[in-house]
Design a protein around this ligand. Structure first.
Ligand code: FRU
Length: 475
């Protein structure tokens, strides 16, 4: 699936669209196809890329391998939306078509400036031969594609190659996130040093094309060997660095996934003397990685990949020709010293009639197939079980998400909490996103089971259940 196979870009585009059309016919038969969440039309999806708000529309690009559900060469797939609810599928935006990216148009971000969309990305090149692909044999080039209409690319340019990066790094340098600040432009890049330490490079530019490395953000004690997908932004007056570190040691309450995804508060000026606070996980579910944020008018929004790289099990969707999805877009807030995230408010437009349940003791309640469930907890202990699939158990200051059938390696995640006041659970056909105490913590996880969609609950709490009307959400 690379340039060599297709004579022209038009032929290539046509081959992808043909695959997408064929897959659309099968979707009705697919038991796991989501209703609310963005999925690849066919094939594989990973990181959200180039999230932005441009000429009144939200754009969501993503790492896309249309030719295989298990991954492959990476393109930038594309959806756009006016309201973050109804999404329209658009043609692939970036192809691995240049000498600087022929083994994948890797992750990156969008900058909107003077009416143009600049898409910064990593061009992946893997040399053929007997190489150590960490230390040599690989190029991670930083490039930009410029679009006037948000749908087609007019200009492209290679900006940085391996030799332009600091000399103490391996050839793992990638995932540019670019933003404007105080009249200049800044870019953060994730990196792995030759001594296997993850860090983030900060670059500065006056013209968006020529970049200087001005600072490196790192922890005093190393945290993992590589930091992927960095994002640096100011939220409610606080600078925050998000990263997806690889190689963080597992603990019994934290860092349970193969790779982690979280954030640091940044103290001081990120351009000069900044230091990083304690690392906190952004989402503690089984399926969450490589989130990206963007500013859209008054809000900072986030989407993450609801999946994991190098997972032990692939998902049963592979049998239907696709794998993985995005999270629901989330609104971010910095409060009480932490990053909080909640589903975008637009989601409430899909709510149907309210079903109110006052639980005292044990009960069983039917749940719609796509649902928004609010729990107001009044008890020291409670139990909430969904469709014989997973349960949430609150006991002795610990909230546990437990899979009852160890679905595809998903077992248990634990969170220590002082109080459990509220839960909000967004259920789609094959996923649950569980927001704890108005976004203090989130568990995002996929599941693969379709029985009676029954909630078994016990404890003392009030529950509101809304079905979500998902007709015609994805075009
Ligand atoms: C994170 C990541 C990025 C890279 C992309 C390739 O999941 O490994 O670092 O750019 O995926 O698809």
């Amino acid at each position: 699936d690379s340039a060599a196979f297709y004579k022209t870009k038009e032929a290539w585009k046509e081959a992808i669209q043909e695959r997408e059309r064929a897959a659309a016919y099968q979707a009705a038969e697919d038991p796991w196809r989501q209703k609310l969440h963005l999925m690849p039309p066919v094939g594989w999806l990973n990181d959200p890329n180039g999230l932005c708000y441009f000429n009144g529309e939200y754009h969501v690009f993503y790492q896309y391998s249309p030719f295989s559900a298990n991954g492959g060469n990476k393109y930038w797939g594309h959806y756009k939306s006016r309201d973050l609810i109804h999404f329209q599928s658009c043609p692939v935006m970036l192809y691995p078509e240049h000498s600087w990216d022929d083994r994948g148009v890797y992750s990156g971000s969008a900058l909107i400036d003077h009416g143009k969309m600049y898409l910064y990305y990593t061009g992946n090149v893997k040399l053929e031969g007997d190489y150590d692909y960490i230390r040599n044999g690989r190029e991670h080039n930083t490039a930009v594609a410029v679009s006037l209409d948000g749908i087609t690319v007019q200009e492209e340019k290679l900006l940085l190659r391996n030799d332009d990066y600091p000399k103490d790094l391996t050839c793992h340098v990638r995932d540019p996130k670019v933003f404007a600040y105080e009249g200049k432009f800044y870019m953060v890049l994730g990196a792995r040093t030759k001594s296997d330490i993850g860090q983030v490079l900060v670059w500065e530019s006056e013209d968006k094309l020529n970049w200087r490395h001005i600072n490196t953000l790192k922890t005093e004690k190393p945290l993992g060997y590589m930091w992927e997908c960095p994002d640096l932004f100011c939220l409610d007056g606080q600078w925050i660095l998000m990263v997806s570190p690889q190689g963080v040691s597992h603990e019994s309450y934290r860092f349970q996934n193969i790779y982690s995804s979280g954030y640091f508060l940044v103290y001081g000026d990120f351009r000069t003397q900044a230091y990083l606070g304690e690392y906190k996980e952004a989402d503690i579910g089984f399926d969450f990685y490589a989130p990206q944020t963007f500013q859209a008018q008054e809000r900072r929004l986030l989407m993450g990949w609801m999946g994991m790289p190098d997972a032990e099990y692939s998902n049963p969707t592979v049998a239907y020709g696709w794998q993985h999805c995005m999270t629901i877009p989330r609104e971010l807030k910095y409060a009480d010293g932490m990053l909080k995230m909640e589903p975008v408010r637009e989601l409430e437009q899909l709510r149907g009639e309210e079903i109110r349940v006052c639980v005292s003791g044990e009960s069983a309640v039917e749940c719609p197939r796509t649902a928004d469930i609010l729990v107001d907890n009044h008890s020291e202990e409670f139990y909430f079980e969904y469709d014989q699939t997973f349960c949430l158990e609150w006991k002795a200051g610990c909230l546990q998400l437990r899979y009852l059938n160890k679905d595809y390696g998903r077992t248990c995640r634990k969170l220590r909490l002082k109080h459990l006041d509220k839960l909000r659970i967004i259920i789609d056909v094959s996923s649950a996103e569980i927001f704890v105490n108005a976004g203090e913590a989130v568990f995002s996880s996929r599941f693969y089971r379709n029985t009676e969609r029954l909630l078994k609950v016990s404890g003392v709490f009030d529950m509101k259940i809304y079905g979500l009307d998902c007709e015609n959400i994805q075009v």
